[in-house]
Design a protein around this ligand. Sequence first.
Ligand SMILES: NC(=O)c1ccc[n+]([C@@H]2O[C@H](COP(=O)([O-])OP(=O)(O)OC[C@H]3O[C@@H](n4cnc5c(N)ncnc54)[C@H](O)[C@@H]3O)[C@@H](O)[C@H]2O)c1
Length: 257
Amino acid sequence: MINPMSMYDKTVIVTGAASGIGRETAVLLYKLGANLLLLDIDESGLNSLEKELENSNNKIVCAVVDLNDFELVKKIIIDSREKLNSVYTGLVHCAGIPSISPLRTISNDHYEKVMRINSQAGLNLAKIFAGKKGHDMSKQGSIVFISSVYGLVGSSANVAYAMSKAAIVGMTKSLAIELANKKIRVNCVAPGFIKTNMADNVNLLFDNNYADIIERMHPLGWGEALDIANAVVFLLSDASKWTTGAVFNIDGGYTAQ
Ligand SMILES: NC(=O)c1ccc[n+]([C@@H]2O[C@H](COP(=O)([O-])OP(=O)(O)OC[C@H]3O[C@@H](n4cnc5c(N)ncnc54)[C@H](O)[C@@H]3O)[C@@H](O)[C@H]2O)c1
């Protein structure tokens, strides 16, 4: 049977793999046959994922790393090629942090921290992936960034996060043009609210009605991590071979209103 989303010939780097959208993406890629390099700063989350994926035929390398440490990330990515016995065909940058902070409370340190992991780390990862020791130039490569509906529409007390996610949209379009001649496609997914640890942590800042308010903001209600993982896998797969520079809103209708 033909499966246009087959990942059997793919080797993919996934950041933020210990939790939420990154974890669900890693599990789906694994089920579809991909070899994986899984990166996260959260050691226990990554260990539990490694256990969940053991006994597979896929080659999997897990590495605990702070993605802000560019040199170490580069070394891990290059060294892991040998362990995976293949070259990379895909990169997904899921790692990120939320930021609920009104304008008056935003310091330079806070702004830089949010920008560094949410968008700058993605830029550095793309640089490694597009470099000589990154992806295989004889095959098509695919980079997928995770933006947010807040990279597209406004929201109060969210300016640092929104700037970091809007930067991903700009980065996606510019890199799509720059890397096309290297056969690398670059796209991003802009999720609405998804039930993950990140959403739970934001939830804690508000009263009990928060979950209901979020539900009502989306015509299709809350999303699940798998809704985003499916879109990411499509963008990594050959089924999207003519798609680049796209912003794929997967948001239960949030931005249709
Ligand atoms: N959950 C949502 O509602 C939602 C909505 C829109 C966009 N997003 C975006 O989706 C992505 C994934 O979010 P999630 O909800 O799965 O969050 P999550 O908190 O469940 O997962 C994020 C992962 O990133 C890792 N991480 C954070 N900083 C890191 C660093 N410096 N180095 C390495 N790893 C680091 C964390 O350890 C964690 O495992 C984020 O970019 C987020 O902004 C989430």
